[in-house]
Design a protein around this ligand. Structure first.
Ligand code: UDP
Ligand code: MG
Length: 326
């Protein structure tokens, strides 16, 4: 059960949910631009800013924004939980009929909102942004991101659109399904694809960050990719079986060769080939155990059934301090 269903939803037309980790330099500009675009669509909106255990003044800025603007709801998590969990915390606290997910760094233009709202009014449940270009990001980030989305599309069982981040508008019924999904390893764009309904792309150019640095260094990107793949596919596990079949075939062929050599009386050659086979098989076994371990580790974390996150402060909704009941 999620937090929202306990509170009972005070309905608004629109919520904007933003996970923030060390984003103090972006928040005033983000608030200004979001206020403009939201007010052009409706007066009945909230801007929900989630502080994900930042080390800078992010929480001070968010709570000040809450004081001067009643549309701002401020959620302070008890520590850094990571982008996808911070986003989940925001989603389970928002009460809009439609929810816009956007990053704090203004890489995704809030000005697309009115167009997204129109597409949703025409019958879509999800309107997701597709990045036609990524400006101001390193060639390494662009290359790895592009490879990641294409590999993911090949490997996973649901169709997850390529070059798509979390920037999207979601209807309440799609959000309710999303909030009913209890997993801890959350790859939200994949989970939204899994839901189905009518999902419509909208193309845009990804801008450079307004301020600050990316919060996804290589190690976090790799972890994110592993979460995405293990969350949506068991193909890596099945590759162990394929490995087994292929090496079984070669083992059988070399067995025949070995017995043949013995019968012909020239059995003591081939130290090099023996070593290569032993080393290669050892490496393949370790790799496969590693893959099994990735799944097992995740299963272990899920089995604990800990709350997804802990809320330390909540400004703008009545209840203060809570944790998720996923
Ligand atoms: N973020 C977060 N917690 C984290 C890392 C990132 O809430 O541990 C937020 C961050 O503040 C931003 C969004 O997630 O609003 C996306 O992060 P970032 O812009 O660094 O990712 P990139 O666009 O470089 O892939
Ligand atoms: Mg960014």
């Amino acid at each position: 059960m999620n937090f929202q269903s306990i509170m009972g939803p005070p309905k608004l037309e629109l919520s904007v949910v933003i996970p923030c980790f060390n984003e103090s330099g972006n928040l005033l500009e983000l608030h200004r631009r979001l206020t403009d675009v939201c007010a052009a669509v409706t007066q009945d909106y909230e801007i929900l800013l989630v502080n994900d255990g930042s080390h800078d003044e992010t929480w001070d800025v968010i709570s000040r924004l809450h004081k001067i603007d009643p549309h701002v709801v401020a959620v302070n998590l008890s520590r850094n939980y990571g982008h996808q969990i911070a986003l989940s915390a925001g989603l389970s606290h928002c009460c809009g009929d439609r929810v816009l997910i956007i990053d704090a760094d203004l890489q995704d233009p809030p000005e697309l909102l009115s167009q997204m709202m129109k597409i949703m009014s025409a019958g879509a449940d999800v309107v997701y942004g597709v990045r036609t270009e990524r400006l101001g990001e390193s060639w390494f980030k662009r290359l790895t991101a592009s490879l990641f989305y294409r590999l993911l599309a090949k490997v996973v069982d649901v169709q997850i659109p390529v070059d798509t981040g979390d920037f999207r508008l979601i209807s309440r019924r799609a959000l309710d399904v999303l909030l009913s999904m209890p997993e801890h390893n959350r790859f939200i764009r994949g989970m939204v694809s899994w839901i189905g309904f009518r999902q419509v792309p909208i193309a845009y150019q990804r801008q450079p960050r307004f301020a600050g640095e990316t919060k996804y260094p290589l190690s976090r990107m790799l972890r994110f990719a592993a979460d995405a793949i293990t969350g949506f596919s068991t193909l890596p596990l099945r590759t162990a079986t394929y490995f087994g079949f292929v090496s079984g075939f070669f083992a059988f062929a070399s067995l025949i060769y070995t017995i043949g050599s013995w019968l012909m009386g020239n059995a003591i050659t081939g130290w090099t080939s023996l070593m290569s086979v032993v080393l290669l098989l050892g490496a393949a076994q370790l790799l496969v155990i590693g893959i099994v371990g990735e799944y097992l580790g995740r299963l272990y974390m899920e089995a604990k059934r800990r709350p997804l996150y802990v809320v330390q402060d909540l400004l703008g909704h009545e209840t203060n301090g809570s944790f998720s009941h996923f």
